[in-house]
Design a protein around this ligand. Sequence first.
Ligand code: F6R
Length: 613
Amino acid sequence: MCGIVGYIGSEKACPILIDGLLKLEYRGYDSAGLSTIENNKIICLKDKGRVKGLQNMKEINTLNSSIGIAHTRWATHGKPCSVNAHPHLDCHKTFSVVHNGIIENYNELKAFLTNAGYTFVSETDTEVIPNLIHYYYTNGDEGDKDRFAKAVRRATLDLKGSYAIAVISSIEPDKIIVARKDSPLIIGTKDNEKFIASDIPAILEHTNNVYILNDGDLAKITNNNVTFYDEKFNTINKKAEIITWDAKSADKNGYDDFMLKEIYEQPTAIRETIGTRLDQNGKCNFDDINISKEYLLGISRIYIVACGTAMHAGLAVKPIFERLVSIPVEVDIASEFRYRNPLIDKSTLIICISQSGETADTIAALKASKAHGCKTIAISNVIGSSITREADFTIYTHAGPEIAVASTKAYTSQITVLTLLAIHFSEVLELEQGEMLQNLKDEILELPSKVSITLENTEQIKNFAKKIYKEKDVFFIGRGTDYTACMEASLKLKEISYIHSDAYQSGELKHGPIALIEDNVTVVGIITDRRLLYKSISNLQEVITRGAKTLIVTNQDISEKTFPNIIRIPKVHPLLSPVLSIIPLQLLAYYVSKEKDLDVDKPRNLAKSVTVE
Ligand code: F6R
């Protein structure tokens, strides 16, 4: 999705802007551009393609100004091309805007502005914004020291949809005005320099002292000052937050790709996520989540709502909550949940999972749940992200920045923290499950080292990747929690290798999908549940009989004589097995993608945080 970077200070803006855009490349984009002000004139450079293209433009080296805004665009309205790329200017070339989000009423605004004499060059929704700002600026009070900021405020009041914008003007070249609604924006401060970004990694190497804008906030930024305003243009106070991520954590750190680095960071990510939630004496700590026994006794259902990998983490923990808390759990896809009028009320607890905390559908689902009177908990990896501002309670995973589009360490951290939450609920309810809870706690504390052991076994996976990278279809089969891990494994493979893949419950094969199995088709099986061992083996034999080649991920006693390719993972509590069984299959997806020479971190058509519907 689109990315925003801005700078005002004492240094040359362009290198800082370009560097910030490079850090945001992981979000997925198709064009890039920047605007700065030289001698009271806006200079705007933009083009289709990579940030490197922008960086290599000759003119860029002639720009010395210390103010600027920049953008990577992921096309929604209008094809990817130089004219549609951001920044956009008004037709008088006095205001320049970068914008994330979608202006839903842009046709109406365009008609109004056209009538008032404004002209447009692009197919975008964004171009109405600088023109609208010009319109209100022209109608503002001459001599008003806040004329520019007020024009932006007035213009945003006409916008329907979502936006994070940063605006500069050749008339007032000493400030940047920013505003947000339903799209993230942060301002970093360091002495007499200010940094703007849609995402923390863009500015992390400069500062970790940031203000996070709320919906409806507008800020006037000079190199020395940041002033915040509400929707009525009253000044408001805001507290800066300290981001604890290390700047290095947003670098590849010697790895070829962010995805591989993030796969290998999982032991640390899980350890950090357990953090103080579970101490060595086995005490679970969720004092910051005010959920009482009385409240839990009144709960008839828990809904876990999320998208993609985060939803798969929800599926993995559903049996854990049901076993430990004895409350039925539904797991729903946020984009469906929000539109299907679910039967929810104040007796429903909603848990929304979102690594980025910015996924539009998940945020909308959470807002809809609140409107029905439900209590809401957000599970997120990004401090201060939009979802954390909407939820009644937030529980952070501490996986560190996840840059690769394909989510890996977020998934295993989400399962870890949600298992701890389920244990906490069981303790609050005094359900007398002491032994089982203690057992699970011990297993959770051992997860980081078991994940490390699992990560040691790569040769076999690399070899199997070489065997299957030319395949058209791959099937993943498993039962129970193994099936939920299969869904995630299948998503990983298809999104970064572009091989079609599907996950099926092993027992369901005979009811249709087995018709697809023929000579040499690849079937990957996960078998970690001892109770279902023989049934799962039979299902795999059925596909072998029909010519399939198989790969099995297991911690059970299965002989190589029966199945040729077996990847062994450590024994683990069956409820926690997806945390281990997914690891070799994340690696398989990675190595298949490498064999195909694809861009692992930035798969086609995908974006890291999906901030539009
Ligand atoms: C897949 C992937 C996506 C995300 C989904 C939700 O590898 O990364 O499926 O899991 O877009 O994103 P968040 O968790 O940021 O809400």
